[in-house]
Design a protein around this ligand. Sequence first.
Ligand code: FNR
Length: 361
Amino acid sequence: MAAEPVNLNEFQELARLALPKMYYDFYAGGAEDEHTLKENVEAFHRITFRPRILVDVSRIDLSTTILDYKISAPIIIAPTAWHKLANPEGEVATARAAASCNTIMVLSFTSSSSIEEVAASCNAVCFYQLYVLKKRDIAATLVQRAERNGFKALVLTADAPRLGRREADIKNKMIKPQLKNLEGLLSTKVSSDTGSNLEADAREAMDASLSWKDLEWLRSITNLPILIKGILTREDAIKAVEVGVAGIIVSNHGARQLDYSPATISVLEEVVHAVKGRVPILMDGGVRRGTDVFKALALGAQAVLIGRPVVYGLAAKGEYGVRRVIEMLKDEFELTMALTGCPSVKHITRNHVRTEHERIH
Ligand code: FNR
């Protein structure tokens, strides 16, 4: 049996050992030069703390509330594709881990377990992540299924009118597995000899004409709150508030779309200032330590989402691995709160961190 990892990064190595190279590369990779992939992580390293001492931290409360759902810590599972490539139980195992950690799972549109299977497997609070395809009626069908199965919100991923260029997948001739929720709705090709078929298939299926005015259409087909994922600028944050979204997720899609997008933690504050508290702001990208969770909250996020670490946990140790990933991050976050003098998430403020541009007097 492999050694018990002591941090999230060690799960990545276990996943690499557990997975066929094609799948590991699919999970780990980013777009083109992978500049943003490195930056997402490294930008966190450039933020330091302004810890406060002699605060009573004998009791620490990590819990928070997102869209009225109380969760054990501000750490949510990001939507990531095809969990059955990591473990035969797929998204069902991930959802069970979310339930036992009392957190929210965002089920990917490109999941390998169905909406119904995930809903039946446990009582986790689930949000459904949506891509809008050219065949708009497919989105409507999926939204209805998510609603019927008790999903609590929609997450519209808006940074993927086309798929980013992921060169590892091209080299590996990554084969696209089945899209479980689209069975019977969309014919999916299974293989290609000429290289990754992910990009070509996505280009054929995705509706690249989707624009802000379509939010009205989306709102007309559902009563669920809609969060928009993929915002990196104040301009888009303001638009999102104007069209009435229930929340914003600052994200660059785990650096898999547009390389040289900024690290998400470096633009979080720009979005926070633009939104002025009108809707909750979440962020993802490069969160690997409890200190990262704290930094995101100090800069104005209500919660973070984690993508790759969840799949690495799943690949290394199944449901237990996902649970361990979340628990470890929670433990580290709790310790960070204690050592910065913050007994609850409400106590975390902008004054607890220093970004690289702020001078030390
Ligand atoms: C993703 N991401 C993603 N996002 C989305 O909205 N729908 C999806 O189907 C996927 N699929 C997906 C697959 C894989 C393998 C990865 C790594 C990522 C992006 C994801 O939701 C999230 O934005 C990032 O993963 C966050 O960055 P970290 O935590 O992986 O650094």
